[in-house]
Design a protein around this ligand. Structure first.
Ligand code: 5GP
Length: 320
């Protein structure tokens, strides 16, 4: 199906229902939170009942977004919703929410690794962020872009493009950013809330991780253990973006960050400057994402998981 047909199908399905729950993947990032919050406002503007439920709630740095305080943190979706819109997520499983299976499911996602798991799947890997798709949905539905919708979408766009630096950022991205600024998003304020609002624990954790920094050829990596997390009083969300510090090193083409989990496995964040396709590396381990930003979980012990992932990064797929 063509992109416009998929969008029309999504709008048709929305038109036939009244009560929606919106969600995204666990450990939500800026695109997940911003797109869900914006889409919720778009649905309300269309006269629908809509709530956002996130398994892990809203991470601290996104809490100043409009309507973030209305997001429900829960393990389960209560009865009473006719449909669920799952944004920026490639499976029910990754939402970590129970109770979604029995509803009519609409998936809106821009990942290359996006899978058609819902009843209606609008997957557009050419969109730089899911926020771009929510923008198109709102425009097609003739919803006015309020400053609140614009702020949520701009924050999602800014974070998912790495502040307009990642591969894939193009003239359309800036055209979209322009529209959002015209609609009332304040770029300096959005950037300040995200990039100048770190917790002390996060910076302490970065210090711990940097002590473990290794470079092998054009691959850089570091890790943190559960003990280091505890020592820094750091939470899961304090790990977001740490991998970018490794990628910032000259000569490093791809970077990996390993975080020890409760179950002895390791959560891996992968980033690339563009030559190495890290989505395909993550897929080798059951994860996914984009060419330049992806993630997966691997079995421990640490040395074993590091070896496997670094081997794939060094000898695995490069961008076509
Ligand atoms: P992060 O490193 O920030 O956790 O994830 C980077 C990107 O990869 C995000 O777009 C995220 O949605 C995606 N990603 C991370 N982990 C997984 C995973 O386990 N499965 C899939 N399909 N995508 C993932």
């Amino acid at each position: 199906m063509r992109n416009n047909d998929m969008l029309e199908d999504v709008l048709r399905q929305i038109g036939q229902r009244e009560r929606f729950v919106l969600t995204s993947h666990a450990r939500p990032d800026g695109d997940a939170v911003g797109s869900a919050l914006a889409c919720c406002q778009v649905l309300r503007a269309m006269g629908k009942h809509a709530d956002v439920i996130l398994h892990d709630g809203v991470p601290r740095i996104y809490r100043s977004l409009p309507f973030a305080d209305q997001v429900v943190q829960a393990d389960r979706v209560k009865d009473g919703y006719e449909a669920a819109i799952i944004l920026e997520c490639d499976s029910i499983h990754r939402t970590r929410l129970e109770g979604l299976e029995d509803r009519f499911l609409i998936s809106i996602d821009h990942h290359v690794s996006g899978r058609p798991f819902a009843h209606v799947n609008w997957i557009d890997p050419h969109a730089v962020a899911t926020a771009e798709m929510v923008f198109r949905l709102a425009r097609e539905a003739d919803v006015k872009f309020s400053p609140e919708i614009a702020t949520c979408l701009y924050t999602a766009l800014m974070t998912d493009t790495g502040s307009f630096m990642f591969q894939g950022t193009n003239e359309n991205t800036f055209a979209l950013a322009r529209e959002l600024v015209l609609a009332g998003a304040d770029p300096a304020l959005c950037a300040r809330s995200i990039y100048f609002a770190h917790s002390i624990a996060k910076l302490r954790l970065l210090g711990e991780a940097l002590r473990n920094l290794s470079i092998e050829g054009h691959i850089g990596y570091f890790w943190v253990t559960k003990k280091q997390m505890e020592r820094c009083d750091a939470r899961e969300e304090d790990c977001e973006g740490l991998v970018n510090y490794v990628l910032s090193i000259g000569g490093v083409e791809a970077a990996a960050f390993f975080r020890e989990l409760e179950n002895g496995r390791y959560r891996v964040s992968l980033r690339s400057k563009g030559k190495i396709d890290v989505a395909r590396v993550a897929e080798c381990f059951g994860g996914g994402g984009h060419e330049c930003a992806s993630g997966c979980s691997v079995d421990g012990p640490l040395a074993h998981s590091v070896r496997q992932v670094i081997m794939q990064l060094r000898h695995g797929p490069s961008v076509q």
